[in-house]
Design a protein around this ligand. Structure first.
Ligand code: NAD
Length: 548
């Protein structure tokens, strides 16, 4: 008989909490001499389920053929997809199903062209898809069958009502929690993977327990620290895995169960366990600290330009101090991505709600400097080009928020392009990983609307097609352009033939390097007027005021 974990055909009701049972089983499995390698992925016996669901498990385990432990992840996005793929790869004894309400996303995950670009991801998915990794739109079925449910859905910034523009919109999280409560017929560990406001677990717990039918849910916070572009590397070798849970025996056992999943490949010393609120807040704090470093160096870049200092030299000297360290000190046109701004706004809102306006104000400055840096860049471009870019072709190299990803959420390129379009520029955009429809959509969308499932994103009636064209390569984008703006640090931009680009551009030809990727001296030798963020200005630029 094949015994399905959590399925209705199980013969005995749960006698012990699932967390406790999962722990027992994982421990037992760890001590077991490779018990699960006996058969292929679908048919091998797992000792896991019997301990969860059977009061007489020691007898039953000998007799019954069972399925492996099952993880279901709600949300097949940038976090859910890669995270679960790596769990599946590292834990061949665990069945992992990633579910999503978006049919195109799941179709893409099941195809040769994955819905997100991430170095190394294709390889990982290919190794386990169809074995112990599955992608499905049958959300309820797989949640119902799972022992551990990760929730990795969107948590956008609210655009209306209380806390609009700051607070996290937990609509998707809440609907996922209600669905889990509705379809569950067995005990489950529910893991917050999404970044959520501190104390969300309390609300989720209320939804789950309010609807439960004698079922025990243990809520864990397991925020994800991967960075896009290096997600697979980060997941293979995380600086730390953070697991927060209730300080009750049940909570501690749930923590242990999840810890044992990660222990398949993460050294124990790198798995940190805390209470729920510390784990939830740590994620917001980590993103706030990271973004703060970027805003700090960007603030310095403005001062460098004003004084003749070189921000790269300053950052190097500062970063040599072992208390500060060298990472995350690259000046740029600004940070982007789906997390930093959203999480800081959320942090600001939480501070305000907790009567801490001074703390809120402090973190708000990180966003303000980021916005300042983007508008400073636009002003520099316009001011340098005789105070107008009206009807001038400006090439935009790079649209993704960083290299090695096709993700454009909150990319600084959006604000820079909108700023230039506001001055009536004609933009010609090239990014090696971003498709034309994505660029057109991003430039037509209102702030924060991007962070919703694709099919629920509101479309703006404004079309930007007349002002924006998208090129297949950097040479096409720059042909006949008056200026080039480099907005993503793609490696291929470092090795472009700038002589060829210069020859095909209008003169004077400008390069505005928002990522400090080009060799400004070489470009000046060719004849370009070059602006590099935070570097000493060349004579042309010095004479042009660039007031933000
Ligand atoms: N992207 C990152 O680098 C990163 C890093 C750490 C944490 N996070 C956090 O992780 C969470 C997810 O981020 P992401 O970048 O993966 O987002 P995403 O938009 O790429 O993916 C979220 C997915 O959830 C799906 N979804 C929404 N509601 C659903 C529901 N009720 N049932 C099933 N599917 C549903 C959407 O269709 C979408 O595919 C967010 O809270 C984010 O802040 C993101």
């Amino acid at each position: 008989m094949v015994h399905r974990i959590g399925s209705e055909n199980r013969s005995a009701p749960t006698q012990k909490g699932s967390a406790s049972a999962i722990l027992d089983l994982l421990l037992l499995y760890k001590g077991h001499p490779r018990p699960l390698l006996l058969h292929n992925t679908y048919t091998y016996r797992s000792i896991f389920s019997s301990f969860i669901f059977s009061p007489n498990s020691s007898l039953r385990v000998e007799k019954e053929e069972r399925k492996m432990v099952k993880i279901c992840c709600i949300g097949a996005g940038y976090v859910g997809g890669p995270t679960m793929a790596v769990i599946a790869l590292k834990c061949p004894t665990i069945e992992v199903v990633v579910v999503d309400i978006s049919v195109p996303r799941i179709t893409a995950w099941n195809s040769d062209t994955l819905p997100i670009y991430e170095p190394g991801l294709d390889d990982v998915v290919k190794q386990c898809r169809g074995k112990n990794l599955f992608f499905s739109t049958e959300v309820e079925k797989h949640v119902h069958e799972a022992d551990i449910v990760f929730v990795s859905v969107n948590t956008p910034t609210k655009t209306r009502g209380l806390g609009a523009g700051k607070a996290a919109d937990l609509t998707y999280w809440e609907s996922a929690a209600r669905m889990i409560a509705d379809v569950s017929k067995s005990d489950k560990i529910v893991v917050e993977k999404s970044t959520v406001p501190v104390k969300t677990a309390e609300a989720i717990e209320k939804i789950l327990t309010h609807n439960s039918k004698g079922i025990t849910f243990q809520i864990l916070s397991n925020p994800e620290f991967l960075a896009e572009g290096t997600a697979i590397e980060d997941l293979f070798k995380p600086d730390r895995v953070l697991i927060g849970g209730r300080e009750t025996p049940g909570g501690q056992k749930a923590i242990q169960a999840l810890k044992d999943v990660y222990a398949h490949w993460v050294p124990e010393g790198n798995i940190i366990t805390t209470n729920l609120w510390s784990a939830e807040l740590s994620k917001l704090a980590a993103n706030a600290f990271l973004a703060q470093r970027i805003s700090s160096v960007n603030a310095m870049s403005a001062l460098c330009e004003a004084t003749g200092a070189n921000v790269t030299q300053v950052a190097y000297a500062v970063g040599k101090d072992s208390r500060i360290g060298p990472k995350f000190l690259n000046a740029s046109v600004g940070f982007g991505g789906s997390c930093f701004q959203k999480d800081i706004l959320n942090l600001v809102y939480i501070c305000e709600c907790n009567g801490l306006p001074e703390v809120a104000e402090y973190w708000k400055q990180v966003i303000k400097i980021n916005d300042y840096q983007k508008s400073r860049f636009v002003n520099r471009v316009v001011a340098s080009m005789f105070n107008t870019v009206s009807n001038k072709k400006v090439a935009i190299l790079g649209f993704a928020f960083k290299k090695d990803t096709g993700d454009t959420r909150e990319t600084p390129a959006i604000d820079v392009c909108k700023g230039l379009m506001g001055d009536n520029a004609k933009l010609s955009i090239y990014d090696p990983q971003v498709q034309e429809d994505q660029i057109q959509r991003d430039l037509s969308m209102k702030k924060f609307d991007w962070d919703h499932p694709l099919h629920l994103q509101p479309m703006s009636p404004t079309s930007v097609k007349q002002q924006v064209s998208v090129s297949m390569d950097a040479y096409g984008a720059t042909k006949d352009a008056h200026a080039v703006c480099i907005l993503t640090e793609w490696d291929e931009f470092k090795t472009l033939d700038f002589q060829k680009i210069y020859d095909n551009m209008q003169k004077p030809a400008f390069v505005f390097d928002g990522r400090n990727v080009v060799n400004a001296d070489k470009l000046r030798e060719i004849g370009f007027i070059v602006y590099s963020i935070g570097k000493p200005l060349d004579a042309w630029l010095k004479d042009m005021p660039a007031v933000a």
